[in-house]
Design a protein around this ligand. Structure first.
Ligand code: ADE
Ligand code: ZN
Length: 322
């Protein structure tokens, strides 16, 4: 179709991808074999069968289990290189990749193994790629602070910090001090907010953490004043349509509020979140929303423009991608 051709042909930036969420079942099994890690699933098919989520937590439990096969620098390299190949095939020109170091350091994997493996794969790809270190919000702020400390020797290898994992019950303000420290280090700041959590979490991400983008943020429309503020300030939302339907934030794609977000004047973008778990990479996400929602070619172009507008790149470099 014409739409498929346009979506495929559009240069785009991806701003919300967890690299551990790009780990395909086949690679999970190959790495388990290579590293002698025992998996609780007997086969690739059995693992894929388990990808039937009811909410964010039901996904996170399986996502952290999948990441347990990552031990060596080469494992992190291979995972990242596989994602970057998919991004390249989807005409993603620039990507800002989240990684969850605590998932690995808690298992005894050194910080340097994690960062170097992911970073070196980015260096070897034709796709422009930057890294964003995410703190796990179900863990303590002290744990986040210790993680930041461990990552400081590699400060030149990531451009920002984020906040992810179980949202409800872990508001942004729990991490006020560690994000203050990160701002002092000149790091870019983002946070997941308003995925399952209330608009109040979006507000405290803005006011306490001082985020430059909101990851997900789809619940913002429940607060009209906040919606107007975020639109006025031009703070982007990194929306992940397939994720939102798989994790039952919306029952079906036809119920997704992407059109309303755009109509409210918000800088919404489309992203894959955890493509190996949610049924698709960037172009799959674009095609899924265009199939189910009243969006046209001009919206496709607007979403692609938004993705570069919201990227942490110098303006001259953004222009060069368009
Ligand atoms: N970690 C990986 N994907 C996530 C998501 N969609 N929300 C919160 N934490 C995550
Ligand atoms: Zn996410």
């Amino acid at each position: 179709s014409q739409l498929r051709t346009v979506v495929q042909g559009m240069p785009k930036a991806e701003l919300h991808i967890h690299i551990e969420g790009s780990l395909e079942p086949e690679l999970i099994f190959a790495l388990a074999e290579r590293n002698g890690v025992k998996l609780t699933y007997p086969s690739v098919d059995a693992l894929r069968q388990a990808y039937a989520f009811t909410d964010l937590q039901s996904f996170l439990d399986i996502y952290y289990a999948g990441a347990s096969v990552l031990l060596k620098e080469q494992d992190f390299y291979d995972m990242t290189a596989a994602y970057l190949k998919k991004a390249e095939a989807d005409n993603v020109r620039h990507t800002e990749i989240f990684f969850d170091p605590q998932t690995h350091t808690a298992r005894g994997v050194p910080m340097e193994t994690v960062i170097n493996g992911i970073y070196n794969a980015c260096q070897d790809s034709p796709v422009s790629a930057s890294l964003i270190l995410c703190f796990l919000r179900h863990l303590s702020e002290d744990d986040a602070m210790a993680t930041l400390e461990q990552a400081l020797p590699f400060r030149d290898k990531y451009i920002g910090v984020g906040l992810d994992s179980s949202e409800v019950g872990h508001p942004p303000e729990k991490f006020a001090r560690v994000f203050e420290r990160c701002r002092g280090l000149g790091l870019h700041i983002v946070a997941h907010a308003g995925e399952e959590g209330p608009p109040a979490y979006i507000q405290s991400a803005l006011d306490v953490l001082k985020v430059e983008r909101i990851d997900h943020g789809v619940r913002i429309l429940e607060d009209q004043a906040l919606t107007e503020r975020v639109a006025r300030e031009g703070i982007a939302l990194t929306v992940c349509p397939l994720s939102n339907t798989k994790l039952r934030v919306f029952d079906q794609m036809k119920d997704h509020n992407l059109v309303q977000l755009l109509d409210a004047g918000l800088v919404a973008t489309v992203n894959s979140d955890d493509p190996a778990y949610f049924g698709g990479y960037m172009n799959d996400n674009f095609l899924a929303v265009f199939e189910s929602l009243p969006l046209g070619l001009s919206h496709a172009q607007r979403l692609a423009r938004n993705s570069f507008a919201a990227a942490f790149l110098p303006d001259a470099q953004k222009q060069a991608f368009l």
